[in-house]
Design a protein around this ligand. Sequence first.
Ligand SMILES: Nc1nc2c(ncn2[C@@H]2O[C@H](COP(=O)(O)OP(=O)(O)OP(=O)(O)O)[C@@H](O)[C@H]2O)c(=O)[nH]1
Ligand SMILES: [Mg+2]
Length: 662
Amino acid sequence: MAMKVVALAGNPNVGKTTIFNDLTGMRQHVGNWPGVTVEKKEGVFEYKGEKFLVVDLPGTYSLTAHSIDELVARNFLLNGNPDVVVNVVDATAPLRNLLLTMEIFEMGLKNVIIALNKIDLAEKKGIRIDPVKMSKALGVPVVAMSAKEGIGVKELKEEIYEMANGTIKTNPVVPRYDPEVEREIEHIIGCLKDTELEKRYPLRWLAIKLLQRDDEVMKLVLRHIGEENLKEIMTHIGEAEARYGRAMDLIIASQKYEFIDRLTHEFMSYTATGGGGESLTDQLDKILIHPVYGFIALAIVFYGVFKFVFALGLPLQEWLGDLFDSFGQWLAPHIANETLRGLVVDGIIGGVGSVLSFFPLVFLLFFALSILEDVGYMARVAVLMEGIMRKFGLPGKAVIPLILGLGCNVPAVMSTRTLEDERDRLVAMFVNPFIPCSARLSVISFLAGTFFSSNHALVALSVYLIAIAVALLSAWLVSHFVVKGEESPFVIELPEYLIPSWKTVIIHSWERSKEFVKKAGTVILLGAILIWYLSNYPVPIGSGKSYAERLGHFFEPYMRLMGLDWKAAVSLLFGIIAKENVISTYGVIYGTTEAIKIAMTALQAYVLAVVTTLYIPCIATIGAIRAESNWKWALFTTIYMIAVASIVGILIWHAGIALGLS
Ligand SMILES: Nc1nc2c(ncn2[C@@H]2O[C@H](COP(=O)(O)OP(=O)(O)OP(=O)(O)O)[C@@H](O)[C@H]2O)c(=O)[nH]1
Ligand SMILES: [Mg+2]
């Protein structure tokens, strides 16, 4: 028997993924800022012997065609034929949430259950909602939940089960507008009647979307009724707008809001505890999004993050590195075949080991970022950065993908989907690979730790600052000269501050840093073997005739411009596969990575750190950019980065020499 399909829809940050996890027992990523889920995710649960497929849709405020995640959600609701739609409503902000509910009702969906979530928080804020009255007012079942504590999950399953089996009758309320608007809707419905459209879509919904000049719906209608008729409809709308003196879109939005406002009076009230007195969130925000103190706090927070990651991570990293070295030394005598011994000990254990030893650093970075996210701080960072980011042609929200890029650029590039504007997306995607990911953290911290023992955190921080400066400058260049366009409006919602759930934070950091280990087992393993091969054939490295050396020497004249040698050329070449390879390549060339000390000066190491950071996105990131945009954009990003890295590398080298640093 086919599984029944349950769609989870709702505003961003209302707890959809938490409910998804509660239902399916899965561990999808939950985060305390809007836009965490950008693709739909699927999972299965069983109740009373029946199986249900749950689809976690991206959070959206409405179902317009403004951004990809809204379209993903809308298309699924329209064409995915879900058996049940669970509309998650945040009990702390029912007015805003019900806007989406009304759109869902207007789409003609009948099998809707409202999951009224975060009732624990609502109570604290003094908002009281009567689920029974709410259900009566809306015409669909309402389940009160506190998903984080698992409250209401069983009830929700029961309702889903009943609804999927057709034992619940619903009668969703739909907003009514002013007579003039209603006449307009009637007129359009008249024009669309007796077409193929009538069989497939609710005409009232199409009419409202046409009134709002929704691009996708206009295209859809055009295909069915032809240009002539659509034009007639649009002119009619234009006349109505002229009479009103306002755009239909705004009229509909405000009337819908009034309708909801009246509706909520039937089931919502405020208790004495709420209203009066400032909440902790408001008090904290006075400082954290303050135009001056906010930035001081930001600097302190991120300095703290780095300090924490390095102070705790470096000793662990050293220890793990030693462990791999000892393992290699212990293993060597047990392998008789010389070639095999070289491959296993130097190639695999040396290469993969030196990368894996960075796992503690990566995990700790993700751990710190997860905490900031769950506390609700990331959304504040977006607000703070709005002004600055705008100067560089990006919306404040684009700072979130940039911060995610500190972990890994691949999910970061994907998270640009939360930006409504296509142009913003392209720019945000383009600058993302400049942000040093955890792979580059391993290279930067290795070089900083090896060559600048006393002030390694500061040196590492300076590489990050250079990278960020280059990213912002590039954003400015691209948004002014390559993808010009209008500014998009700033919308972000500030969630309440929350004490993070440690379980979530740890699971989440593990899920993310797991990718790093996986990469070590796949791409980097292959990379290490390739490197080992190129360095040992046709003759071992050192003779000047190995493939690696030949490649390196070919690029050497170019590397000399920035004070680097052929070894750096080989490392950087292998680093394209994965940036961690830059260090492991040295490991293969010298047997141990520590030997790098005698081969380089501190200035050269610094140049190498910067160039590694800037020179090219790794293969996985190039792939992500291509998938999210197109080949041309991925290629442009790559070429641009190579050029910038060369320029910056040359500048630093010559500046260093001029300062007498070499
Ligand atoms: N107090 C409280 N917090 C909750 C509850 N349910 C979820 N949260 C928190 O709300 C935040 C957002 O939860 P998510 O499940 O990621 O929300 P989402 O709707 O999937 O968000 P997007 O994917 O961004 O659209 C997290 O910090 C959760 O821990 C609840 O019932 N009570
Ligand atoms: Mg989610």
